[in-house]
Design a binder for this molecule. Structure first.
Ligand code: NDP
Length: 294
């Protein structure tokens, strides 16, 4: 995807002297958010998109941030506006999301873009769900007619990915913390998407033999015993990583158990996360094309 975006960005620059531009706002000092924004800014440089990052302190109020967003909305040189979530607790996240110009909402979180997606007329699609669809399509996993089960119903992953799967004619089940006998539901799925936020939660008995398992979760493991229970042959390498940098990452799917039954499983790290950033680049390019008519 990044290669395709880079080629198109070059064409726009050569033929129309247009350079797409992304503006990222980071509020507070959440380490994970800082890493995500840094990766997005780096990806922009890789594909030739211009980017700017504004770091605001944790003390920023809703009013302060609204003023920043409104200023960005007025800046005609900005094609994509991204406010990294989650925001500090005291900020009214919904108000901020609704303030972003929907025509430059490259995260696809604005109610207008959410509504269009649910209606089956997507404009900006949230990056992780769009990345999941890319992953399935580029690997020729048949979506039409498949039983797809999404565990998790968040606005940023679960709900939008369910909409996208439905639009591609899967029979979609959405599960959450109140679902009864979860394994018996997930076991029906040809395509199982886990977006829960619990380390190794999806185990062998949750998975239909041969299923395609998309692991969205990103969870930090800091305990050697837990790493041993999750990683099998790879455990010692992971324990070393914990000793070196304090943690290792695992998805929502138990890697060793899943690989005993699943047809395929996306790895964590190195799976869905990579696509998320690539789709953000594509959304920014798309915003620039629509806004500038090139
Ligand atoms: P949220 O915390 O917003 O949502 C979690 C969902 O999981 C909720 O709908 C919740 O149900 C459901 N859930 C929690 N516990 C259970 C349970 N025991 N059984 C069934 N369902 C359960 O998480 P996000 O969607 O934001 O993120 C999910 C994971 O994906 C996280 O690990 C996050 O870090 C990762 N992520 C990865 C990205 C990437 O690029 N790879 C991008 C975004 C997120 P309920 O609604 O009932 O509470």
């Amino acid at each position: 995807i990044k290669h395709e975006v880079a080629q198109e960005v070059k064409r726009m620059r050569d033929e129309h002297s247009v350079k797409p531009r992304l503006f990222a706002v980071l509020v507070g000092d959440d380490d994970a958010s800082a890493v995500y924004v840094r990766n997005k800014v780096r990806a922009c440089a890789d594909v030739g998109i211009e980017s700017e990052q504004l770091d605001l302190p944790d003390s920023t109020t809703t009013k302060d941030l609204l003023a920043v967003v409104r200023k960005l909305n007025e800046d005609k040189d900005v094609d994509g506006i991204l406010v990294q979530l989650p925001l500090p607790k005291h900020i009214d996240e919904a108000a901020i999301i609704e303030a972003v110009d929907p025509a430059r909402d490259v995260d696809g979180f604005h109610p207008t873009n959410v509504g269009l997606l649910v209606m089956g007329r997507p404009r900006f699609v949230p990056c992780t769900p769009a990345g999941i669809i890319e992953l399935l399509e580029r690997n020729k996993i048949e979506i039409a007619g498949a039983n797809a089960c999404v565990v998790g119903r968040s606005q940023i992953v679960g709900r939008p990915v369910a909409s996208l799967l439905l639009q591609r004619h899967a029979t979609v089940t959405i599960c959450h913390s109140r679902t009864r006998d979860l394994p018996s539901v997930t076991r029906q799925a040809d395509i199982l998407v886990a977006a829960i936020g619990r380390a190794g939660f999806i185990r062998r008995d949750f998975i239909k033999p041969g299923a395609t398992v998309i692991d969205v979760g990103i969870n930090k493991i800091t305990d050697a015993a837990e790493a041993r229970a999750l990683f099998g042959d790879e455990a010692e390498k992971r324990i070393e990583a914990i000793a070196r940098r304090g943690y290792t990452l695992v998805g929502d799917v138990h890697p060793v158990e899943a690989d005993l039954v699943a047809g395929t499983r996306t790895p964590v790290p190195g799976g869905v996360g990579l696509l998320t950033v690539a789709v953000l680049m594509r959304n920014t390019l798309q915003a620039a094309k629509w806004r500038r008519g090139v």
